[in-house]
Ligand binder design. Structure first.
Ligand code: HEM
Ligand code: HEM
Length: 469
């Protein structure tokens, strides 16, 4: 047992906030999935699909995802630097500001305040708040790392550092705008430049929120929970640097067949293909870590979560580069195939890794055991089945949609009207809601398990605000 103390209060706060925003975001996800096949669920003006969809993406990406990233990466960085956070009070302020920002983000999006840039919808006063949040995280993280008691920098720290630097650059550049009042602004970029900067941001913000910080968790919690050392440190470092280098060039694969100069599209596509290598560096590292003892898939419930999560990451990072190719993009772009891709990553890779990490952390900071491994196993199977139903039905309908849009008569006119192609989606959209409901049921098992674990922890040891571990 070490002689230093960690402040767990802030970490608990971030984890509970993240779970809370996750529940809110998933409920809204279910709602918008119903709106797609049951238009009467659009209650104007605040609860229409257009308003709710952005609340769904922002709350899950920035509330659930970033909340978990802040909390779990604070936890990881304290362990890897072998010291408490340099500024614990600042971290507490960070937590309060984070929840205020996410609540205001939800309210402003409901109210229709929107910059009309995907994943950068928030208006400028909130943008400033978001930048402050990341600066606070950076100051605490870098300060803690500089003053670390452990000389070696384990790979997770590098992934967190890459996340902070990339998010700062991306967020600031894409949100540069001229305010026209408190709730309205005009972007500094226009026309095709705006599209180019937006998708440079859009692709990378996904990468640096849904890949690198989640990989930081994966590299830390997989060896911790299995007791097996990571297969190759060298491979993890090579993967990191090549991932970061290649990622930043790929945004234009979202703009294939647009007026964006052809050479920019081609450059992006080349780097997109290259991305398979560093992504699979981590996939291989994950599999080989568990390879000495595959029985852990049966005996240790967390191994299952992590190995399936990295498998979905592996599938996602082959599907993604394939989608970037012109020949594939012309079929699937603008279709439901893309939400299928998105949710394999978010529901499979991201949510499974985050939940498994929380399962690992919560019993430790509450000094107890997980409430029920059985409930955790049910959670696992439900989210797995729900996600597969969701993704597979979107892939099928996406290909059908693309093919119907492209079909032409011998005279060269379009064979199907837009409405004809639209109604063919209905059964698949209904399937998606079914998949979403199963996934949401799984997440309820998770919330119940965590809440009961916290309760038993409090019962055993009283308020466990500070723990020595
Ligand atoms: C029960 C679970 C969920 C349901 C039912 C659901 C439903 C939906 C629906 C209906 C859309 C709109 C698709 C469209 O515009 O055609 C969407 C988009 C999106 N969702 Fe979810 N979702 C769920 C979980 C999640 C989770 C856990 C995350 C992130 C952690 C997430 C992130 C996103 C993102 C980023 C988009 C935008 C996709 C794009 O632009 O192509 N969703 N979701
Ligand atoms: C090697 C890695 C990856 C590559 C090359 C890649 C590539 C792509 C491409 C080409 C698209 C655009 C599809 C279209 O609209 O035609 C896309 C969309 C998307 N991808 Fe990936 N992907 C990768 C991994 C991931 C991962 C790990 C996630 C995590 C969840 C993810 C989340 C998304 C999201 C949210 C979108 C929708 C963007 C939008 O709103 O339009 N991707 N991806």
């Amino acid at each position: 047992m070490s002689a230093y103390q960690y402040d767990h209060q802030t970490i608990k706060g971030f984890i509970i906030s993240s779970v809370f925003w996750g529940v809110v975001g998933i409920i809204i996800g279910l709602w918008i999935s119903i709106q797609m096949w049951q238009p009467s669920w659009n209650v104007a003006p605040y609860f229409t699909f257009g308003r709710l969809r952005v609340v769904h993406t922002n709350i899950l990406g920035f509330g659930f995802g970033v909340g978990a990233i802040f909390g779990l990466n604070y936890y990881i960085s304290m362990r890897l630097t072998k010291r408490p956070l340099l500024f614990p009070k600042l971290a507490r302020f960070h937590l309060y500001l984070f929840n205020t920002a996410i609540a205001l983000a939800a309210v402003s999006l409901f109210a229709g305040m929107n910059q009309s840039l995907e994943y950068a919808e928030l208006e400028w006063p909130l943008d400033i708040g978001i930048v402050v949040l990341w600066i606070i995280f950076a100051v605490n993280l870098f300060g803690t790392i500089i003053k670390r008691k452990e000389e070696q920098m384990y790979i997770s720290l590098w992934y967190i550092i890459a996340t902070v630097i990339a998010v700062a650059v991306l967020y600031i550049v894409n949100n540069l705008s001229v305010p026209a009042g408190l709730f309205k602004s005009y972007s500094l970029f226009a026309g095709i430049n705006s599209a180019n900067v937006q998708w440079w941001y859009g692709h990378n913000v996904i990468g640096f929120i849904f890949s690198t910080p989640i990989l930081a968790m994966f590299y830390y919690f997989l060896p911790k929970s299995t007791g097996l050392p990571i297969y190759s440190h060298r491979l993890s470092i090579i993967s990191l640097w090549s991932l970061v280098f290649a990622y930043l060039w790929t945004g234009a694969h979202h703009l294939v067949y647009t007026p964006l100069p052809d050479w920019i599209q081609t450059l992006a596509i080349v780097f997109t293909i290259f991305l398979i290598a560093p992504s699979w560096g981590s996939v291989v590292n994950g599999f080989y870590t568990v390879a000495p003892d595959w029985s852990k898939m049966r005996t240790n419930y967390l191994t299952k979560f992590f190995i399936f999560a990295i498998t979905f990451y592996g599938l996602q990072t082959v599907q993604g580069p394939t989608q970037g190719l012109r020949v594939v993009s012309q079929l699937i772009h603008y279709t439901d195939w893309v939400p299928g891709h998105v949710h394999m990553g978010t529901m499979g890779w991201v949510t499974m890794t985050v939940c498994a990490s929380i399962y690992y952390v919560i019993p430790r900071i509450y000094k107890t055991e997980i409430y029920s491994v059985k409930v955790a196993n049910s959670h696992f199977y439900l989210v797995l089945i729900g996600q597969l139903i969701f993704s597979v039905s979107m892939w099928i309908t996406g290909i059908q949609q693309g093919a119907l849009w492209k079909a032409v008569t011998p005279e060269g006119t379009l064979k199907y009207t837009f409405m004809e192609t639209l109604v063919k989606n209905y059964p698949f959209w209904q399937m998606r809601t079914v998949g979403g409901l199963i996934f949401a049921a799984g997440m309820l098992f998770f919330v119940y398990n965590i809440a009961m674990t916290i309760r038993s922890g409090n019962a055993i040891s009283g308020p466990a605000s500070k723990g020595v571990r």
